[in-house]
Design a protein. Structure first.
Length: 622
């Protein structure tokens, strides 16, 4: 594969630092200015501290961020302490460079939020009669529409949370406008195995990320081998000057060498988030590696230091990464995603799809509160989202979802105990179950329903009672305000003579049960070290799907096809199925290999658009 470099070539033809007259040797700490002239970092720092704020070669005024970065006192940033190597770690060439954060302009962010809210409101009003922006929606489903009043049952329940699609405004000029600003830290592997085309594609992808950011976004880049390197020297706002500086750093300063120690890069990236003085509304850490640590490490304690508002998305690149570790980091990273990149050319698309999700964040701190009537309790939770209380059964439970992007769904599957009704409750319920007179006018029907609190007439003529409600609260990242959705009821008929159609398993719920059980089977299969036993777990799940009510649904057929796919090697099998497991668990779109068809349904239209945008830019480069 041939590739062309997408960044402008350096204009500096001088092989020596014009300050100290020594060679600009690879491996030494160098800094390339926006005018493309390059110097030893220490030499340039000394020049700036001597009040020389111009390029020593062309006398162009130095960028304020460079002056701010190098003019102050030297500070040694926090180094990796929690996970030391068993051998001495050499000092990195840029460990004594201080990180300087570009502060968020909060006034500009508020102004942008107000303008976005007004533009989106106008877009809604121009397309429908609603007087408000589309909200996060909720729906409820029970496994059966009816249960006999004299029976005790344990049935499945489902709550579906749906984000609205992204609204395009009239002044949209690129994929990165009309959204709230982002803080993004890319932690990337620069070990020796990244040599050649891998490094070229990685740099190309990093440049693309930088170019997609607006002036209010902030980006930091950390690279690692057995050490970590703060390439951007802190979170930088992506104005044109900083974009040029960062692209030059990506092109000239990141070199493949050495071994792999993921913890070094992770800790530096997390520390940049922990120590930031200001923050943008959306934050994410992207971790990419093509290998595995030289020594085995448990990063649970480190991941607990990741701020709550930051998600960690991991990318396993090529055949040698440790998929199980990257899945665990994503799960511990506030519900992030794991992406298996099966071919080199897919690196850019994988990152572009993740960007497309970040750019469409519609809700944060999503809380799904379920409250059931007396006697009805949640006994088991099958979805992998966090919930409280952890001790079940309970008639009240709250699911904590991190965020929702445009067009995304979250389907919460659980089981609930349905109690036997006492005689008084049965008598009251029987009165409510009397079939409605079909000749009633609409006005009369509305009147009769208004006098029967919590009762609704279904198509069979039997009325269903509310056995509980679900209420959603979330924070709108655009305005910072908390939004509460009106409660949505769970409806259940409790009648001794319920017709057969009300006693059939709900197709939608059964489909979601297949998804959740497939994800759980994949988790068990990936934890099973014996390859044959792992395959047997997936074979048993295939038979279970085939026996389900929704077996002939296209999605169920896709699940079966993915579980039965014959991979060329056990490594490919495990990497692919780790990715499938994460997609079905998080219900969030990532890049997926073409063999994983069931996971492709989670990719939103904006994510597809972002991936196509990347491809259109770089299709001539590869």
């Amino acid at each position: 594969m041939s590739a062309t470099t997408p960044f402008p070539p350096t204009l500096n033809t001088v092989d020596d630092c014009t300050i100290c007259l020594n060679a600009l040797a690879p491996g030494t700490a160098l800094l390339t200015l926006s005018c493309s002239h390059q110097f030893h970092l220490q030499c340039l720092a000394s020049s700036i501290q001597a009040q020389n704020n111009e390029c020593p070669l062309c006398r162009a005024t130095l960028d304020a961020s460079i002056v701010q970065l190098l003019a102050g006192p030297r500070q040694i940033p926090v180094r990796q302490q929690a996970f030391p190597f068993p051998f001495p770690v050499p000092t990195a060439v840029n460990q004594d460079i201080p990180s300087v954060e570009d502060l968020v302009d909060e006034a500009l962010v508020r102004d942008l939020s107000d303008r976005l809210a007004s533009a989106r409101q106008a877009a809604v009003e121009s397309t429908n009669s609603s007087n408000s922006l589309p909200l996060i929606a909720a729906s409820t489903t029970l496994e059966y529409n009816a249960c006999a009043p004299h029976d005790v049952s344990n049935i499945y329940g489902l709550v579906t949370v749906q984000a609205p699609p992204c609204l395009k405004t009239a002044d949209d000029s690129s994929l990165s406008v009309s959204r709230v600003p982002v803080d993004l830290i890319c932690v990337v592997d620069q070990s020796g195995s990244m040599a050649g085309d891998k490094m070229i594609l990685l740099k190309q992808t990093l440049v693309y990320i930088v170019e997609q950011m607006s002036e209010l976004d902030r980006v930091a880049i950390v690279s690692f081998d057995t050490l970590a390197y703060d390439r951007s020297h802190g979170l930088k706002r992506m104005n044109q000057q900083n974009q040029n500086i960062l692209k030059n750093i990506i092109n000239n300063d990141i070199h493949d060498a050495g071994g792999t120690y993921i913890g070094q890069g992770l800790e530096m990236g997390i520390n940049l988030f922990r120590t930031r003085q200001t923050k943008n509304p959306v934050s994410a850490l992207l971790l990419l590696t093509d290998g595995q640590d030289n020594q085995t490490h448990d990063y649970t304690q480190l991941m607990q230091t990741l701020p709550e508002g930051v998600q960690c998305h991991t990318f396993g690149y090529g055949p040698d990464h440790t998929a199980a570790l990257l899945v665990r980091l994503a799960e511990q990273g506030n519900g992030g995603t794991f992406t298996y990149i099966d071919e080199e050319e897919a690196v850019g698309s994988a990152f572009a799809i993740t960007l497309g999700g970040l750019f469409t964040c519609m809700a944060q701190q999503v809380r799904v509160n379920i409250e059931l009537s007396e006697g009805y309790t949640v006994t088991h939770v099958h979805s992998r989202y966090k919930y409280e209380p952890e001790q079940l059964p309970s008639n009240m439970i709250t699911f904590n979802l991190h965020d929702l992007n445009g067009d995304e769904k979250r389907n919460l599957i659980f089981q609930l105990h349905v109690p036997k009704l006492d005689s008084n409750e049965q008598n009251m319920d029987n009165l409510s179950q009397q079939p409605m007179i079909l000749s009633q006018t609409t006005e009369e029907l509305q009147l009769s329903e208004s006098h029967t609190i919590g009762i609704r007439v279904n198509k069979s003529g039997f009325s269903s009672s509310s056995i509980g409600t679900v209420k959603i609260t979330y924070m709108d990242p655009n305005t910072g305000r908390t939004v509460t959705i009106d409660p949505v009821p769970f409806k259940l008929v409790r009648d001794s003579n319920s017709p057969a159609d009300l006693l059939q398993v709900n197709h939608t719920l059964d489909l979601q049960r297949n998804r959740v059980e497939t994800a759980n089977a994949l988790e068990r299969a990936m934890a099973e070290s014996d390859y044959r036993q792992s395959l047997a777990i997936l074979k048993a799940q295939v038979e279970k799907i085939k026996a389900s009510v929704s077996a002939q649904d296209p999605f169920s057929q896709q699940l079966i096809q993915d579980l039965q796919y014959n991979y060329p090697s056990e490594r490919d099998y495990r990497s692919s199925h780790h990715n499938t497991y994460m997609c079905h668990t998080t219900e969030r779109g990532t890049y997926v290999p073409t063999t994983m068809i069931s996971s492709q349904q989670y990719i939103s239209s904006m994510q597809r658009q972002q991936a196509a945008h990347y491809y259109n830019i770089h299709k001539g480069s590869n």
